[in-house]
Design a protein around this ligand. Sequence first.
Ligand code: BES
Ligand code: MN
Ligand code: ZN
Length: 510
Amino acid sequence: MTALTLSTAAAPGLRADAIVIGVAKGAASRSGGLVVAPGAEAVDKAYDGKLAGVLETLGASGAEGEVTKLPAPSGFKTPLVVAVGLGPEPEKDSSFDAEALRRAAGTAARALNGSKKAAFALPLTDAADAGAIAEGALLGAYSFDAYKENGKDPKKGKAPLAEVALLGGKPRDRAYKAAVERALAVSEELNRARDLINTPPNDLYPEAFAAVAQAAGKEHGIKVQVLDDKALVKGGYGGILGVGGGSEAKPRLVKLSYTSSKAKKHLALVGKGITYDSGGISLKPAGHNETMKCDMSGAAAVFAAVVAVARLGLEVNVTGWLALAENMPSGSAVRPGDVLRMYSGKTVEVLNTDAEGRLVLADALWAASEEKPDAIVDVATLTGAMMLALGSRTYGIMANDDAFRSAVHEAAEEVGEPAWPMPLPEHLRKGMESPTADIANMGERMGGGLVAGLFLREFVGEGITWAHLDIAGPAFNEGGPFGYTPKGGTGTAVRTLVRLAELTASGDLG
Ligand code: BES
Ligand code: MN
Ligand code: ZN
């Protein structure tokens, strides 16, 4: 992982491979041209105050995602200046918003892949800005090389940026230190979630994921209980067993309990952990299964969030539930037409074995409900329909409580995870009526993401506040990297969940 320090060093004397500065698109009310952002004064001065002109000559405009490299002025111990676009200059008397800083820092970190040390001289007005820049840099400096030659020998490839010094930070200020520590804990765990998502399904099967959780629990003082296939049979977890029944790799239900002696509230997090989704007997066609190792992204997010919460020592009890199974077709697989008796006691007619996420989640939601937490949030790559509705960068939020749904949406916005509220229309429930069982696992095709949400709602304990995050779109980035988001597993929802835990701890959530 990239190391990060707050530094008071002055730019010219600092030894690093590069110094990162920010540039923005000037407000139209003024010149409209490129403006050099605060933090870069020393660099600008060394260019005789002509840095903006020099950068414009090189074609820079200040647009988000833009990177312009130029040699450092004479007298600098750093050979390279990296100017990164921050997007539009903020209105007079306001500063760059946290997400602009995160994205610019992430873009710069990616542009410095292969370098050892960089000094970030981005605009920074308070501790929160320092946290945002730190987070962006740490999340941008990510690569998944475990299966490549350079994963074993870093000299053979470009390792991510190893060291970041934040200039302008106040190393002795408590708020700054706390902000950077938070960024470190969250980003490191989020990057670990990305690793889990990117790990191929022949290596990351339910038992292997459970072992990773057990090891992390030991390291961070989190109680970890694993129900193996035998314990699942004994407990009557028909949903998880049904979905996992077709695979040689047996399913698991993992419970992670973080407790604080000062906790007043209890938040439960539930993650869909399908380590590979082939569709089962309702097999997915070629073209739809190549990225299905990502179908445990919800469980990875829950796992990472619980560990981050433990590292931060938040004053709240957080229980994470990972519903782990591999969805495969075989002679022992659940068939379309089978009826499963779920952990809650309800029966489900499986009409489509590819609608498996809701089956494993149903059991985990009911198990989570038994503890009567103050709220439950589940996270799942649940439906292609949600992807069609919201695209590949925004997740959908459904809930049984409008105020809670708004609170989750607000938390998501705050941390820079695009999300949008979705309804749970009652009329869609009748499409899941089954002639044989209490409910079917499929309903109308139209509004498929909402149908899935309605199904899950049936397995939430009476009177418990609940939200469902369908992250099918943003969990796995099939396009090119942008900002602090890499190709592949993104770690979406980790930061929303950590924020929700913080808000629960401070009593600002429900
Ligand atoms: N894991 C998929 C959803 C998914 C699709 C996630 C694309 C990420 C990218 C889920 O298990 C699934 O197959 N859902 C079906 C449900 C349908 C059969 C009711 C779907 O969305 O097509
Ligand atoms: Mn599926
Ligand atoms: Zn799935």
